[in-house]
Design a binder for this molecule. Structure first.
Ligand SMILES: [Cu+2]
Length: 145
C-alpha cells in the first residue's frame, strides 16, 4: 500500500509538470527574531526542489543534524561562508544547523513533501537553545510536539 501511494505521488507530481524551485535562505548574525538565525527558519518545499544557503553575514554554514534527516539520507555539510545548494529529493523533515552557532540556537527546518513529523525529530539530541528554537519553529508551523 505504501509503495502504491508513493507511486501515485510520483505520477501526480510528474503530471502536474511543476518546475523544481530554488529556495533561498539567508544566514544572518541578526534577524527579525533575534541573533544568529536563518531566514526563513522554516521551508516547505516539494521533492526535487533546491535550497540555497546565502552567506549574507560572515561566519556561518549549513549542515544537517544527526538523527534529523529522513531515513537513508546521508545529510550534507557546507563549509563556513560556503553558499551551498542542496537538492532534496527525499521526502521528510530536515533539521539544519550552523556548526559554530547551534549552541546559540541557530537552526532551521526544511519539510520536503506532505509528510507527518517523525516522532524522533523533536527529541533529537541538540543543545538546549537549539531544542527550544526547534520547538518554536515546529509549533509556529502547526507541528506541535
Ligand atoms: Cu552561524
Amino acid at each position: 500500500m505504501r509503495s502504491f501511494l508513493l507511486g501515485m505521488t510520483i505520477i501526480l507530481a510528474t503530471a502536474s509538470g511543476a518546475q523544481a524551485e530554488m529556495h533561498e535562505v539567508r544566514m544572518l548574525n541578526r534577524g527579525a527574531s533575534g541573533p544568529m538565525v536563518y531566514e526563513p527558519d522554516f521551508l516547505q518545499i516539494a521533492p526535487g526542489d533546491t535550497v540555497k544557503f546565502l552567506a549574507t553575514a560572515n561566519g556561518h554554514n549549513a549542515a544537517t543534524i544527526e538523527g534529523m534527516v529522513p531515513a537513508g539520507h546521508s545529510g550534507f555539510k557546507g563549509g563556513i561562508n560556503e553558499e551551498i545548494e542542496v537538492t532534496l529529493d527525499r521526502e521528510g523533515f530536515y533539521g539544519i544547523k550552523c556548526s559554530p552557532h547551534i549552541g546559540m540556537g541557530m537552526v532551521m527546518v526544511v519539510r520536503v513533501g506532505d509528510v507527518p513529523l517523525p516522532e524522533e525529530f523533536p527529541v533529537a539530541d541538540v543543545p538546549a537553545r537549539a531544542g527550544k528554537r526547534f520547538g518554536e519553529i515546529l509549533s509556529r508551523n502547526g507541528f506541535a510536539r
